[in-house]
Write a protein that binds this ligand. Structure first.
Ligand code: AMP
Ligand code: MG
Length: 496
């Protein structure tokens, strides 16, 4: 807990690891920091004084202009497979870890400033971020958190008061990002590619301690870590799939060991269902398309396993066998999490033999008729228990095509096979099927208004609405509807 009226109290457990894991440096101050938004709910959860964070002193602090005396900011080293190719040297090129925060329950969180200036790993980049990507990350990461998806969070966004040169001059901004940690698959790959076995042991122990404390006494710590990450990632990717979320840049440096979503560069939620959907402007081959996400996660976890081989077993052959056996469990973990999630979305209780076929038919229909991914499921919640005057029902704004009728009849027959209170089932379905997601055309419009006209109202409106994604609000119908032909956004840019 931080006393009111003072900067947050920081810890520095990562900075206690060997110097070769990071570069100690402070953020480069910016010209004229100005507040954009402070996440009061998150501040409160972290025991921080939101009023102070919103004050001029807090804004300077969030911009990296006022480093708490005695603290140890740093940029972390990491490597990564980017679009399949290994880069041994990535690292925080525009993000600086101020330190760690401890919440009321004793859990530790990284506090990182993204866009805080160049580091050893900037590779010619300016270490800065334009306003647009900062707002995108704020909107989408907070939307994911509200949807119950493990994710890094946005504590605050501040304007830097400095232009950032991209294809044109853009306003600059800094995001204060909170994560259970920023340890990535790429962090392990970094040490492994340098044949730093001692470093690998230290990193494994540190990561277990921080994220999987129940595994710290495991006989084989590296294997325990590998298994824990595989399971966390299988659950995470299943949640993405169930929400139609497309990450867009699933490089191994963008996959956290703690299993939180990170890097909201070219991400987007799918509107019309099409499993081949890709948004990223740099993903020409469709490597990170919606349908490929589980396979790519599997591939990334194989990279993690490979990187851990030197610490999995003294005997190389046995180490590889352990790694392979662990990676082979991914598909089962994914399938289990995905099936549980789908059953919740569709109101199915105990699994039955013909469920898989029923679900496949639904997806085929959705693809054939290009129905809206989010609203299709939401509408099913209405239809699970149609009662007049239901305030949650969205029938006035979204209906399924008639071609769905035979399927709906089959699904109702399936629901009727289970003794279950229909109203309770419907309530559970509403919880599993959001009506408000961070639609790409709305996100883009909010970014454009802020960047081009310094109008932050659409950004704030969107953030506030997305905080309660499963509560239907007819007055906000424009924020629930899919884009019209002219509003559709086909590509998003990392905007680095
Ligand atoms: P990302 O695409 O955000 O996953 O970043 C990939 C790598 O590029 C990381 O090492 C980043 O730190 C680095 N990077 C991205 N943008 C910048 C920038 N504007 N300045 C310096 N480094 C950057
Ligand atoms: Mg990244």
């Amino acid at each position: 807990m931080t006393p009111t009226g003072t900067p947050p109290t920081l810890e520095h457990t990562f900075a206690e690891l060997p110097e070769r894991f990071y570069q100690r440096l402070e953020p480069t101050p910016v010209a004229a920091p100005a507040p954009i938004r402070v996440n009061r709910a998150l501040a409160q959860r972290l025991g921080l004084d939101a009023d102070w964070l919103s004050s001029p002193a807090g804004t300077e602090w969030l911009a990296g202009n006022a480093i708490t005396p005695g603290s140890h900011p740093l940029a972390a080293a990491y490597a990564g497979h980017q679009f399949g190719g290994f880069n041994p040297q990535l690292g925080d090129g525009r993000a600086i870890l101020l330190g760690e925060l401890r919440d009321g329950e004793g859990r530790l969180f990284d506090l990182q400033l993204k866009g805080a200036g160049p580091t050893r790993w900037s590779r010619g980049g300016d270490g800065r971020s334009p306003l647009g990507p900062v707002l995108r990350e704020y909107i989408v990461s907070e939307a994911m958190a509200a949807l119950g998806v493990p994710t890094t969070r946005a504590l605050a966004a501040v304007a830097s008061g400095e232009p950032v040169m991209r294809d044109r001059a853009l306003p600059g901004a800094i995001l204060a990002r909170v994560a259970s940690s920023h340890l990535r698959i790429g962090s392990v790959e970094y040490l492994s590619s340098r044949k730093d076995t001692e470093g690998l042991h230290l990193l494994v122990d540190y990561t277990l301690q921080r994220h999987f404390p129940e595994q710290t006494t495991a006989e084989n710590p590296a294997l325990a870590l590998l298994n824990a990450v595989i399971q966390a990632q299988a659950r995470l990717i299943s949640q993405w799939q169930l929400l139609g979320f497309i990450h867009g840049v699933m490089n191994t440096d963008n996959m956290l060991l703690c299993g939180e979503t990170i890097d909201y560069g070219p991400c987007a939620f799918m509107d019309a269902f099409n499993p081949d959907t890709v948004f990223s402007s740099i993903d020409h081959g469709g490597r990170y398309a919606y349908r490929n996400q589980p396979g790519i996660a599997h591939w990334n976890l194989a990279s993690l396993a490979q990187a851990l081989v030197p610490v999995l077993h003294n005997d190389a052959e046995q180490a590889v066998a352990l790694a392979q056996a662990a990676v082979d469990t991914f598909s089962d973990h994914f399938l289990q999490a995905h099936t549980e999630g789908l059953n919740a979305k569709l109101g199915l209780g105990e699994p039955q033999a013909d469920d898989a076929a029923l679900i496949e038919q639904l997806y085929t229909l959705m693809a054939e008729h290009a129905t809206d991914f989010t609203l299709t499921f939401r509408r099913l919640a209405d239809l699970a228990h149609p009662v007049p005057g239901n305030p949650q029902a969205i029938g006035e704004v979204y209906k399924l095509p008639n071609a769905f009728d035979p399927w709906l009849a089959q699904w109702r027959e399936r629901l009727a096979r289970e003794a279950c209170d229909p109203q309770q089932r419907q309530t559970a379905m509403y919880r599993a099927n959001p009506v408000f997601i961070a639609r790409n055309h709305l996100v883009e419009a909010a970014l454009a208004a802020a960047t081009d006209n310094a109008d932050f109202a659409p950004f704030h409106t969107l953030v506030e609405r997305l905080a309660a994604p499963t509560q239907w609000q007819p007055a906000s119908r424009a924020l629930a509807l899919p884009p019209e032909e002219g509003q559709r956004v086909y590509q998003t840019f990392c905007g680095t």
